[in-house]
Design a protein around this ligand. Structure first.
Ligand code: NDP
Length: 316
């Protein structure tokens, strides 16, 4: 049978390109889990995705209620779940003041990490029920996890500190909106911190569930896709100069179509079944197992992030 893959944030950029690449193989039915239903439907049509090869379902990761409603709606649709891709993200690089989710949590960590954490925890049960030969949970990471590269070292660097801000709920009001508890808000760092949480979560899933369930847990750095909507809140000059800079100076630039193929590989390639891996691609576009930074591979930190996140999303 066809595999069923749920991709969050499939209305643009990497998620849309991967949805298209997977649907085109005819081997996958893609559930596009998106906050803007109309935008996602239009994007799928404009990308040339065939009717019947995808289903758009509403999911706003900035609301834990919406995450739970998505899980209910998905189950009512009576589709199996073979692969879940946590891809959606929000990036607020110039923000000096936090904004908040419906649950009152700082937006970058709330959407990128906590919304996905709840979604993945709830849908693990569905992945376990699937009879598909290779079931996978993919959490999209970022270069901020590998400090063996120039881009992974650009300030402000991710640093979760002792997690005191996360423990305080990232409310901003009575405490900090930053995971490390810093009083001042930095939108670029909040995004990087959230991506470190994504990578720690993937590894903690692997440690807790891979052996018992056989599910493959993986993350990836898809390359610098300098043209996506992720940079929509950046200053105009940055948005003009960033793509050529990545193309000609760092040479890390990757097109949306190419990045979509990379993510599609992590979803379906028979050779990429190893669990607990952070995939990257070299300049010839061959995949390899990349090393994560010390913080992004710290098992003790992963356990603490897991336990604090459980409390914040109401699982503990
Ligand atoms: P885009 O901005 O193009 O796509 C992000 C997607 O997330 C959009 O579909 C957006 O929806 C969705 N989204 C945002 N907020 C929410 C929410 N509250 N609920 C549900 N969906 C939401 O960015 P990219 O394609 O570049 O990013 C995709 C992934 O790739 C992210 O995880 C990012 O961290 C990662 N990444 C990107 C890199 C790059 O260079 N671009 C590099 C490394 C990693 P909407 O269309 O409605 O805005």
């Amino acid at each position: 049978r066809q595999g069923v893959v749920v991709i969050t944030g499939a209305s643009s950029g990497l998620g849309l390109a991967a949805a298209k690449a997977l649907a085109e193989t005819g081997k996958w039915h893609v559930v596009m889990a998106c906050r803007d239903f109309l935008k996602a439907s239009k994007a799928a049509k404009a990308a040339g995705m065939a009717d019947g090869s995808y289903t758009v379902m509403h999911l706003d990761l900035a609301s834990l209620d919406s995450v739970r409603q998505f899980v209910d709606a998905f189950r009512r649709a009576e589709m199996p779940l073979d692969v879940l891709v946590c891809n959606a993200a929000i990036y607020r690089p110039t923000a000096r003041k936090p904004t908040f989710t419906a649950d009152g949590v700082e937006m970058s960590v709330g959407v990128n990490h906590l919304g996905h954490f709840l979604l993945a925890r709830l849908l693990l049960e569905d992945l376990q029920k699937s009879d598909y030969p290779s079931r996978r949970l993919v959490i999209v990471g970022s270069i901020t996890g590998n400090d063996n590269t120039l881009a992974g070292n650009v300030p402000p660097k991710a640093n979760l500190g002792d997690l005191r801000g996360l423990a305080g709920g990232l409310t901003g009001a009575s405490g900090s909106a930053m995971i490390d508890g810093d009083e001042s808000f930095d939108g670029a760092k909040a995004y990087k911190d959230s991506k470190v949480c994504n990578m720690l979560t993937m590894q903690e899933f692997h440690r807790r569930y891979h052996e018992d369930t056989g599910i493959t847990f993986s993350s990836l750095y898809p390359g610098c896709i300098a043209t996506t909507g992720l940079f929509r809140e950046h200053i105009p000059l940055f948005r003009t100069l960033f793509p050529p800079f990545q193309k000609f100076v760092t040479k890390g630039f990757v097109s949306e179509a190419e990045s979509g193929k990379r993510l599609a590989q992590v979803v379906g390639e028979p050779s990429l079944t190893k669990s607990g891996v952070y995939w990257s691609w070299n300049k010839d576009s061959a995949s390899f197992e990349n090393q994560l930074s010390q913080e992004a591979s710290d098992p003790e930190k992963a356990r603490k992030v897991w336990e604090l996140s459980e409390k914040l999303v109401g699982l503990a």
